[in-house]
Design a protein around this ligand. Structure first.
Ligand code: F3S
Length: 295
């Protein structure tokens, strides 16, 4: 019989859950209006499909929206996007995660206070673009510590990080800078959801025979979770849905661990748990049949 354990911290983070609730509420209350999210709300095709079924469409830019409601996803956007949406007379629902909002606020504050401002993050990520926009395009984005070498540091330096960066790598960068400048102001904008989720996945992977990591193949945080679990040497499968599970993966396994990325909804997790329970039923039926035959 399979023992199934779900990681203590798995699935939607606070910011994503909040954004989805805001979208569903907007779609329910405004059936006569077109509802768009600016970019897919989350990196999870199944959830995006579900929202489409509720008539929530995905627009890749404001140019695709003529009227109705535009929802800003949890990553946030640069202030000029909000201004442009207002100019188009769109109703704006801002589902930017409050933690991302903080990072945006600090970016602006550091620039206003005259600090040479750095954003530690991935410049292609929408969240970082929004934070950069909040700095009025004045901050410098660095992807890693090597990027620092090409920049001449001023005497007053300010730092913020993309919310999903690892605390260790941020600490490493700050350590490098602190002795090179006169004043350093750091806002720790890292969201601990990622860290907590990763350590809880690792702990579980070390304790089970097989790990399922559920989440979009295009989701960076789910892929990272899968890497962390694989590194424990426990066979790990990154799947989007329960349908991808092949029975032979479970052969000879007793303990199954399940975790999920921040953009994975509870029902996708439940589906996998349910499938494991069905496996157990089958095993029970088989063993009862065997017993009957023996008798
Ligand atoms: Fe917000 Fe943290 Fe999620 S920043 S969107 S709660 S990962």
């Amino acid at each position: 019989v399979l023992e199934v354990i779900t990681a203590e911290e798995a699935g939607f983070c606070f910011g994503v859950e909040r954004a989805i609730e805001m979208v569903l509420e907007a779609a329910g209350e405004n059936e006569e209006l077109e509802v768009y999210t600016l970019g897919p709300l989350i990196h999870n095709p199944q959830v995006v499909e579900k929202l489409e079924a509720k008539n929530v469409k995905v627009a890749s830019s404001l140019a695709e929206i003529d009227s109705g409601i535009v929802i800003i996803r949890s990553h946030g956007v640069a202030p000029e996007v909000i201004t442009a949406a207002r100019a188009k007379n769109l109703k704006i629902i801002d589902a930017t995660c409050p933690f991302v909002k903080n990072a945006q606020k600090y970016a602006k504050q550091l620039i206003d206070e005259g600090y040479q401002t750095f954003i530690y993050g991935d410049e292609d990520h929408p969240e970082v673009q929004g934070i950069y926009g909040a700095s009025d395009g004045k901050a410098v984005i660095i992807r890693d510590k090597d990027d620092l070498e090409s920049v001449e540091l001023k005497s007053r330096v300010g730092f913020i990080a993309q919310t999903t960066k690892s605390p260790e790598s941020f600490r490493e960068i700050i350590n490098l800078v602190v002795t090179k400048v006169k004043e350093l102001k750091v806002f720790n904008t890292i969201c601990n959801t990622t860290d907590v989720r990763q350590s809880s996945a690792k702990k579980l992977a070390e304790d089970v025979d097989i790990m399922f990591v559920i989440g979009g193949h295009n989701s960076a945080n789910t892929t990272r979770l899968a890497e962390i679990c694989t590194a424990t040497n426990t066979p790990t499968y990154h799947i989007e849905t329960a349908a991808e599970i092949e029975k032979e993966w479970l052969s000879g396994k007793n303990k199954v661990g399940i975790t999920a990325g921040a953009s994975t909804s509870d029902w996708l997790i439940r589906e996998v748990v349910q499938l494991m329970n069905e496996e157990n039923k089958e095993v029970n039926v088989e063993s009862t049949e065997n017993n009957e035959k023996k008798e």
